[in-house]
Every structure is written in structure tokens, then in C-alpha cells.
Design a protein around this ligand. Structure first.
Ligand code: NAP
Ligand code: F7E
Length: 347
């Protein structure tokens, strides 16, 4: 039996790591693109990696960068994937105000570099674009696949561009290309500067007596927070349908940042008001106030529905931080000091 082959950009990120786990469980051969850094950046996938010289190895890593279209085209030629999951991006909204041009280059143009490489090489692979609820921005909730976009950041605007070129390549060239419009999804593997992980880490550290306060920005913003491990299942389902289409993935419930902070702190028996301080550095020049996704289409067509919602997510994330602290008070969740992966992956 021939195994399916997937190419995953952003495999070292939160979603990339859960997706790689899922695809390997489904017997795919998985190729991931990793950008070269002076330090190891593979800690989220180290547990999945085996020496590629072993005959049963099914996870392979390649250096590459979204800003380098020639390399992307060469990798597509080499890997010949059945499915491409395009997850790589400069994904931090606040940072996109500081680095708007870089964000446009990676998060926006990175998508068309991949699409154009697929078209030019004539591959008949299926393509998943990691679109975002940030595209809805200022448009009031609930948001679904028909809701107009009104992005409020360079990141949101870059994702709108990427969304439309994905649809354009579907319409113009008949490519099987889909947009998963995912609302916020979190996990113990979330980057530590996103608000949920930042708060979960702080609650655990403060409980353990290692920290006294945490500085935050806007506590009034409302988000529809789901669990990342479930959201990657929806990505896979989108590429298994007869026809390509776009889907909103969300829980349908919104909570304020303040609610999430309260859920994390009360889980460890603390009153958040004693520990949270305001810092205007964490405000954005323009904010997205309220996101609530309507994922009825995904439930109807894909049979996908969320199981973990925000209060449980907060507990799960704080518990993961407490466990990590109990293993070592110095090391964050899943972050070993060094990684053997790139050493083995080097050509
Ligand atoms: P993440 O943890 O920030 O991961 C981003 C990934 O992109 C990392 O692997 C990163 O590599 C890689 N990357 C960044 N710039 C790159 C470049 N120039 N070339 C190659 N790779 C590059 O993001 P995530 O939370 O997993 O999200 C995955 C995707 O879904 C992103 O496109 C994000 O914008 C989108 N999205 C996320 C959410 C959410 O709530 N998580 C919601 C909607 C959409 P390093 O590890 O080296 O940094
Ligand atoms: O902010 C507020 C902040 O950075 C959530 C990305 O995955 O989801 C994510 O974007 C809210 C905002 O996520 C702090 O102002 C308060 O209102 O965790 P966040 P995000 O901006 O919603 C979307 C769907 C994506 O696509 C993105 O890639 O929390 N907030 N105080 C803070 N946020 C941060 N980061 N840090 C604070 O101290």
C-alpha cells in the first residue's frame, strides 16, 4: 500500500506539532519545513522524530523559509506531496504592528509563493491555508463563512490577502485549495507570548512562589478560545472532502481576557486581582474587541465539533504548567535545553 505524503510548513509551531502527530497516527509520510536558526527550534516535535536513516522513519525535516520561493518550489518537486498544510506565518498580532513589512512578506506573500510553486510544478496536491478569525476584526459577532472581513492589524490584513489568493487559485486554476478560518486555539504548546499561555504560566509560577505579578494589556477583549489538538483534526477533514471549500472552526462561546485570567488563577486558589498589573505596552494600536465563531457548516459537512471549551482549557493549561514546574522549576513545558533533531536532519 502506498502511504500518503504531506508537506507541512510551520511544523515547529503549536499547530504544526499537533498536526504532525495526527498525520503520523494516520500513517502519512510527513515532511516538514523548518527555518534555520542559531538555536534549536524543534522542541515541539522532538518526541516525534526518529533518525531518518531508520527504514521505518516517516517524519523528515527540511530547511526552508517562506521568503525563499525558489527553495519552496524545489522542496515541492522533491517531496511530491499529496497534501500541503500551510501553517507557517509571523503569527503574533501585536508584533505585526512592529514588523508590518516582514509580516506581509511571510504571512501574506508566503502563501502565494507556495500556491505559485504548486501551479508551476503542475502538482495535483491538495492545499490547506491557515486563515484566521483576525480577518473579521471589527465586524460584529457571530462570524461565519459569509461574514465580511474588516482586519484590524497588519497580520489580519496579510491573512485576508492569503485567503483571497487561495480562493483565486481554486477558481482560476482548479486547484484543490481550502481556507480553514480558525478562531483562537490554545494548548500547553502555545507560544509563551500569547495571552492564554502567558497567564497559565504566570498562575503556576505565582502559585509556586517563583513570581509575584504579571503585566497584561486589554482585559476587556473577548475571544472564542478552543483546544489546538482538536482544531488540527478539522484541517485534515477539510482536505478529505470531494470538493474544496472554506470553513469556520470555533467553539461558539466567547470569554473576556479577564474571564480567562480568573479561570486560571482561581484554579490554583489565587485571586487574580492581587497579581495582575496593567502595562500599556501590551495594548494594540487597534484592537479586535469580540470574536465568536459560528462553526455550523463544519459540523454539518465535516462532522467536526469542539469538545474542550475555555474554562476546561484554562485548567488544562495551568495543570500542564504545574506538572512542568514539578519536573523542573527552571524549564518551561516541553522545552529541553538542546535538541538532537536538526543534527540528524542536516543533509
Ligand atoms: P506559531 O506557533 O506561531 O507557529 C508558526 C510557525 O511558522 C512556526 O513553525 C514558525 O517557525 C514558522 N515560521 C514563521 N515564519 C517563518 C518563515 N519566514 N519561514 C518558515 N517558517 C516560518 O503559530 P500557530 O499558533 O501554530 O498557528 C499556525 C498557523 O495558523 C499560523 O499561520 C497562524 O497565523 C494561523 N492561525 C493560528 C491561530 C491560533 O489561534 N493559533 C488561529 C488562526 C490562524 P519557528 O518555530 O522557527 O518560529
Ligand atoms: O491576544 C489581549 C490582546 O495575542 C488575545 C494568534 O494566534 O489568535 C491569536 O491572535 C487578546 C488580545 O491572540 C495581553 O490585546 C491582553 O485582545 O493571545 P493573543 P490574538 O491577538 O487573538 C488569532 C486567531 C490568530 O490568528 C493569531 O495568529 O488578549 N491581551 N494582555 C494580551 N495579549 C497578549 N499577547 N499579551 C498580553 O499581555
Amino acid at each position: 500500500m502506498t502511504l500518503k505524503t504531506a508537506l507541512v510548513t510551520g511544523i515547529t509551531g503549536q499547530d504544526g506539532s499537533y498536526l504532525a502527530e495526527l498525520l503520523l497516527k494516520k500513517d502519512y509520510v510527513v515532511h516538514g519545513i523548518v527555518r534555520r536558526a542559531s538555536t534549536f527550534n524543534t522542541h515541539r516535535i522532538d518526541h516525534l522524530y526518529h533518525d531518518p536513516h531508520e527504514p521505518d522513519a516517516r517524519l523528515f525535516l527540511h530547511y526552508g523559509d517562506l521568503t525563499d520561493g525558489t527553495r519552496i518550489a524545489a522542496l515541492l518537486e522533491q517531496v511530491q506531496p499529496d497534501e500541503v498544510y500551510h501553517l507557517a506565518a509571523q503569527s503574533h498580532v501585536r508584533v505585526s504592528f512592529d514588523e508590518p513589512e516582514f509580516t506581509g512578506d511571510t504571512t501574506g506573500l508566503g502563501t502565494i509563493r507556495l500556491l505559485e510553486a504548486i501551479r508551476a510544478t503542475g502538482l495535483s496536491c491538495r492545499f490547506y491555508q491557515a486563515s484566521s478569525s483576525e480577518m473579521f476584526g471589527a465586524t460584529p459577532p457571530p462570524q461565519n463563512e459569509s461574514t465580511p472581513f474588516h482586519p484590524r492589524s497588519p497580520y489580519g490584513a496579510a491573512k485576508v490577502y492569503a485567503y483571497w489568493v487561495t480562493r483565486n487559485y481554486r477558481e482560476a486554476y482548479g486547484l484543490y485549495a481550502v481556507n480553514g478560518i480558525l478562531f483562537n486555539h490554545e494548548s500547553p504548546r502555545r507560544g509563551p507570548t500569547f495571552v492564554t499561555r502567558k497567564v497559565a504560566m504566570a498562575a503556576a509560577q505565582i502559585k509556586a512562589g517563583l513570581q509575584e505579578v504579571i503585566h497584561l494589556g486589554n482585559l476587556d477583549a473577548r475571544r472564542d478560545w478552543g483546544y489546538a489538538a482538536e482544531y488540527v483534526e478539522a484541517m485534515w477533514l477539510m482536505l478529505q472532502q470531494d470538493k474544496p471549500d472554506d470553513y469556520v472552526i470555533a467553539t461558539g462561546a466567547s470569554h473576556s481576557v479577564r474571564d480567562f485570567v480568573d479561570q486560571c488563577f482561581s484554579h490554583v486558589g489565587l485571586d487574580w486581582r492581587d497579581h495582575v498589573r496593567f502595562d500599556e505596552r501590551y495594548l494594540r494600536p487597534s484592537e479586535v474587541d469580540d470574536l465568536v465563531g459560528d462553526a455550523a457548516k463544519a459540523e454539518r459537512v465535516l462532522g467536526w465539533r469542539p469538545r474542550v471549551r475555555a474554562p476546561e482549557l484554562a485548567r488544562l493549561m495551568v495543570d500542564a504548567e504545574l506538572t512542568a514546574l514539578s519536573h523542573t522549576r527552571a524549564t518551561a513545558v516541553g522545552a529541553p535545553a538542546a535538541s538532537p533533531v536538526l543534527e540528524l536532519a542536516r543533509p
